[in-house]
Design a protein around this ligand. Structure first.
Ligand code: UD1
Length: 374
């Protein structure tokens, strides 16, 4: 492969994209970012985030704007496509917005790439396209479970059941599990990866799709719709409030540090054999929501705050999903490095700093409103 030096990250001012920018800069790449700095993530003034490395060549522009995309592609050897609207719940009412940004945005990028191909395109996909993860029934067979019924959730019957009524046991989910698309967001992520892979094949440029599991870490601010349960729990604990756990807290997820995600992205760019394939990017380790609440409290020195198990459910939630990362291990040489305790400590330190910054801003606004600042 020719050398790839100049890389474009769409959505590179966001949570995962900005960590990827750091990772690439550390490895000698030149990084350009195309990002529209959406208000929901970057605040009312839509300023470039302070964490974005000053060496990044930031183009502020929309992924659906053909001219902005063409300009951003000038001189570029490889593209990471991370620009997307990312709230699962929000995608169910802002359907046009999600479809425009995610599906049309990808279409605009692909047309630009057909006109001006790069050596490699890496597209961010999501575990959400699996719906429920893979299960094993009482006979030891692997089964793809359906969705839990509303009646069963109302009864507090949280687990998935097989045809014989027995409880199904979750097993790691490999890339071969059939998609079970349950949100506009999941559908758009599946669309994105398929569109990229089929266009890459047709026009002969290398394409890799990465299905991220529950990524967490610094810069995952609470206003970011990617904010998952770990950040929510950490911010409650920072404020000496108990985390609220849905269902019985025994649902399992796969929490992967954003540093590991960023490294997996770089490996997907650099591994020649990755072309044309889809990879899970997770930690490969299941965790129950209850256990992460307890571990987080311990890491933060807040063991005395007991989580509240509310017993309610969130419509649309899946019960268990965690990754089988064998393929990423084999082909990309990917190995998660950040332990959950290390990652949780970093996340809570970041959130504590955020709260401090917010208070500083608030305090100075109050001073200025009273004419007390010079
Ligand atoms: C969903 C998306 C995923 C996305 C992630 C973050 C699906 C299948 N997956 O994952 O693509 O990356 O959101 O946006 O749609 N919980 C609590 N208390 C809380 C908050 C959450 O108990 O205060 C529980 C939830 O009920 C769930 C688990 O924690 O069982 C994880 O929730 P969350 O972090 O929102 O992520 P997912 O639903 O796994």
């Amino acid at each position: 492969m020719e050398t790839m030096r100049q890389v474009l990250i769409t959505g590179g001012a966001g949570f995962i994209g900005s960590h990827l920018a750091d990772e690439l800069l550390r490895h000698g790449y030149t990084v350009r970012v195309l990002d529209t700095l959406v208000e929901q993530v970057h605040g009312h003034e839509r300023r470039p985030p302070p964490y974005l490395d000053a060496q990044v060549d930031l183009h502020v522009g929309d992924i659906c704007d053909e001219e902005a995309v063409a300009r951003a592609l000038e001189g570029v050897d490889a593209v990471f496509h991370l620009a997307a609207a990312v709230g699962v719940g929000q995608s169910m009412y802002e359907i046009a917005h999600y479809t425009r940004t995610n599906n049309l945005g990808t279409a605009v990028l692909l047309e630009a790439l057909v006109a001006r191909p790069v050596q490699r395109l890496v597209v961010a996909s999501s575990m959400s396209l699996y719906g429920e993860g893979l299960y094993r029934n009482g006979a030891g067979q692997r089964v793809e479970a359906g969705e839990r019924s509303l009646e069963q959730l109302k009864r507090g019957d949280w687990e998935l059941h097989g045809t014989d009524g027995g409880v199904l046991q979750p097993v790691p989910t490999p890339e071969s599990k059939a998609p079970a698309l349950a949100s506009i967001y999941a559908l758009s992520k599946y669309d994105q990866e398929r569109m990229c892979l089929m266009t890459g094949r047709a026009y002969n440029f290398d394409t890799v799709a990465l299905r991220f599991f529950n990524a967490y870490g610094p810069r995952q601010s609470l206003s970011n719709p990617y904010t998952g349960v770990l950040a929510i729990f950490a911010s409650r604990l920072l404020n000496d409030r108990p985390p609220k756990i849905f269902e019985d807290g025994l649902q399992q997820r796969d929490f992967v540090s954003v540093y590991d995600v960023a490294r997996a992205c770089r490996l997907a760019l650099e591994s020649p054999q990755a072309a044309g394939q889809v990879f899970n990017v997770g930690s490969g380790e299941p965790q129950t929501v209850r256990s992460i609440a307890a571990r987080l409290a311990r890491v933060m020195g807040k063991q005395d705050i007991e989580p509240e198990i509310v017993g309610k459910y969130r419509v649309g939630d899946i019960r268990h999903c965690f990754s089988d990362i064998s393929r990423a291990r084999q082909v990309l040489g990917y190995e998660p490095r950040v332990t959950l305790d290390e990652g949780m400590a970093e996340l809570s330190a970041w959130l504590a700093g955020q709260a401090a910054v917010d208070k500083v801003a608030q305090a100075s606004a109050e001073l200025s409103a009273r004419g007390l600042t010079v």
